[in-house]
Design a protein around this ligand. Structure first.
Ligand code: MSP
Length: 676
């Protein structure tokens, strides 16, 4: 972050993302929307802090790591890079990135509890928890032991019973209702605010904020048997990420607190609008000003989510259509606050209609005419008289639309803001068709007429690119420079509605196509192919967390090994690269702290290998000793839980939960025999 300035400050956050899988278009939506808000606010003269990050603790990370055959630390290290790379590709201008595994964050979380105890001694107590918990959504589904399904993902929730530290949320019902009454804008949109209020009005239960059964988390201060419940840990990132230490010795960027906006998807609003303010009240820390929830991106009417497999990935779209196209589509097509459907076909239609034929075409028309009829020079605003019609009408429409767009942005109504910017594009097109500059260019040439027309069109185009810049940062900057303007568009003040936008008498650059028209079927195929490569790594090697292909798995270290696309063939040479041998299990034991892993010593003929296998929930060490198994012998060694695994034991994966069933032999085979 730059040095503190005199500007008004603005602090905005996305949720921190679970680092158990790569982001898809649905999850990237929050970050893209926030980037638009951040850019818009900068263009309103604010010094903006924009925080994002990765949520790296908790049971779902622990399990994903086990499934992938790596330690949780390795998994989050690998996945967090995917987020950073994607945000770079998408042009996200965040200023702070917080990882919950960083020491700075752990210290802040522990200090938040210490501070809470100092200011509100009754707020945290020890008690017994028994209930159902969804490990995928990190959500308490019910506070009774009876079986229950998760309301978010529909999967059966797990039974949890243990001694925990509790946060006395029940004591914050009244203060929360007072907060809501005093701040009618506290939650946006209104209908979500009503849901939050009803939830709080119906009574609040105390909340368990520590775990004994999980190891992968931040240790509870002075009681290392417990780690923090992942949401208490994660929410604290909003303050730890900008330098909170303990409320007294904080870093310089903590001046941005309280947050102006915490933005997120609708499913996690309760954590932000109820639990988080209560945690902060108890710790005597200022409260965020506004909680803003968007809807979900759906794919065929279901929430886009990795676990359902119905996801589109941003990278292929950006590679084929460019960064601006994805941003434009999401902000234009989805009404902010409501669910919106994602469709590749609609994306390509918008690209061709609004970007190629709309903005791109208008820019190239105006630039070509200035180049052709005015020797490539923007007319001087002082030497043209545009007070008469039809110039005046268009310039006035431009000002009115600018003011409207401004209020729409402030109201998170991006879709209508873009709709009206595009209506202005339509008006400039019609204006050109009516005044026909090409007629003015034939002898007797009306130079004054041409200057008035093209000055007006260029000026409104300048206004359009300023207004659209937060959503289309790349293309608008290119058009700005093609109009002969210098400096980043981001430095333009979006609120200055009456000042002419263009510095006149500037030479324009040679017009170049900005959004080349695309053949839809061909573009769609290219995107689909790249998406397949992400889903089935192995056809090409993208930087992905990796997902085992269904139906076949290995019980050893690298369950996340690349798999070819379904139906794809490999050569006999490829197969011959895998060295599989018969092994005889000599000993097996559980790995401390990993309830799924067994450390197995296997005799593979010329040596006894140590292999870590994720089968502890299905096989006991006694089941294995003396058993003949199939070992992949030439895998690169990898570390899990600090122990080395040298190979894999092959198993079939059965049923939806992927129960491993070890391969074996019914006939007598010696250890070390090769499989061909
Ligand atoms: N780690 C928690 C947040 C902790 S914040 C203190 C989390 N992470 S997440 O990775 O599941 O979600 C990150 C963001 O992606 C959230 O805003 C979530 O709503 C958003 N989305 C994930 N899938 C989505 C869609 N299909 N559509 C729109 N947004 C969705 O929750």
């Amino acid at each position: 972050m730059d040095k503190p300035s005199d500007k008004k400050k603005f602090y905005l956050t996305t949720p921190i993302y679970y680092a158990n899988s790569r982001p898809h278009v649905g999850s990237a939506y929050t970050t893209i929307v926030c980037d638009v808000i951040a850019r818009y606010k900068r263009m309103c003269g604010y010094e903006v802090a924009y925080l994002t990050g990765t949520d790296e603790h908790g049971v779902n990370i622990e399990r994903a790591a086990e499934k992938a055959g790596v330690s949780p630390a390795e998994l989050v290290e690998r996945n967090q890079k995917i987020f950073v790379e994607l945000w770079k590709l998408l042009g996200i201008q965040y200023t702070h990135f917080i990882r919950t595994t960083s020491p700075q964050h752990a210290r802040a979380v522990q200090n938040l509890v210490r501070r809470t105890r100092r200011h509100s001694p009754d707020a945290i107590y020890k008690g017994k928890y028994e209930g159902r918990y969804c490990i995928y959504d990190n959500l308490y589904v019910s506070d009774t032991p009876e079986p229950a399904d998760c309301p978010t993902c529909g999967r059966p929730a797990e039974l949890v019973s243990e001694e925990n530290y509790f946060f006395r949320l029940s004591a914050y019902q009244k203060p929360l209702l007072e907060l809501y009454a005093k701040n009618p804008q506290f939650v946006h949109p209104d209908f979500r605010f009503n849901e939050v209020k009803s939830f709080v009005e119906s009574g609040l239960r105390d909340l368990s904020i520590s775990r004994k059964s999980i190891k992968w988390g931040i240790p509870w201060p002075d009681d290392e048997e417990h780690v923090f419940y992942v949401w208490y840990d994660a929410l604290t990132s909003y303050i730890s990420g900008i330098g909170f230490v303990d409320g007294e010795h904080d870093g310089p960027d903590f001046r941005f607190w309280p947050a102006d906006i915490h933005a997120m998807g609708k499913e996690i609003i309760r954590f932000h609008a109820v639990y988080w303010p209560a945690f902060l009240m108890a710790a005597h820390i200022a409260l965020p000003k506004q909680i803003v929830a968007h809807g979900w991106l759906l794919f065929e009417q279901e929430k886009m989510s990795k676990s359902k497999g119905n996801v589109a990935y941003p990278e292929p779209i950006v590679k084929v259509l460019g960064n601006d196209a994805l941003r434009y589509y999401l902000l234009r097509e989805v009404v902010f606050g409501q669910d919106g459907n994602f469709s590749r076909d609609a994306l390509l239609t918008r690209y061709n209609a609004d970007l190629a034929n709309g903005l791109g075409n208008l820019a190239s028309r105006i630039l070509s005419m200035i180049s052709q009829y005015l020797d490539g020079q923007i007319p001087d605003s002082n030497s043209v008289n545009v007070s008469g019609e039809p110039y005046h009408s268009l310039l006035r429409a431009s000002q009115e639309i600018s003011a409207f767009v401004h209020t729409r942005f402030q109201n998170f109504d991006f879709s209508r803001a873009l709709e009206s910017i595009w209506s202005l594009i339509g008006q400039v097109d019609s204006f050109l068709s009516v005044v026909k500059p090409w007629d003015l260019a034939v002898p007797p040439v009306s130079r004054e007429g041409l200057q008035c027309v093209l000055y007006t069109a260029a000026e409104v185009l300048g206004q359009i690119v300023v207004l659209a810049h937060p959503v289309l940062p790349d293309a608008t900057q290119v058009i700005w420079e093609q109009l002969g303007q210098t400096g980043p568009l981001q430095h333009e003040q979006i609120e200055e509605l009456s000042r002419p936008r263009l510095r006149s008498r500037r030479r324009i650059a040679r017009p170049q196509p900005i959004f080349p028209r695309l053949e839809k079927a061909e573009a769609s195929e290219r995107i689909a192919k790249m998406e397949d490569e992400i889903r089935n790594p192995g056809t090409t090697p993208p930087a992905t967390a990796g997902t085992p292909s269904p139906g076949a798995t290995t019980a050893g270290g690298a369950a996340a090994a690349a798999a070819p696309a379904p139906g794809a063939k490999i050569s006999i040479e490829d197969f011959a690269k895998v060295e599989m041998r018969v092994g005889i299990v000599k000993s097996a034991e559980k790995v401390a702290g990993a309830d799924r892993l067994l450390k197995v010593m296997v005799d593979i003929g010329d040596e006894v290998r140590q292999v870590l296998a994720g089968i502890a929930q299905y096989y006991t060490p006694e089941d294995l000793i003396g058993r003949k198994v199939v070992v992949v012998a030439n895998l690169a060694p990898r570390k899990m839980r600090g122990q080395e695994s040298n190979g894999m034991i092959v198993a079939a994966s059965v049923g939806p939960e992927g129960r491993p069933v070890l391969c074996t032999f019914t006939e007598d085979v010696p250890a070390g025999a090769k499989l061909k």
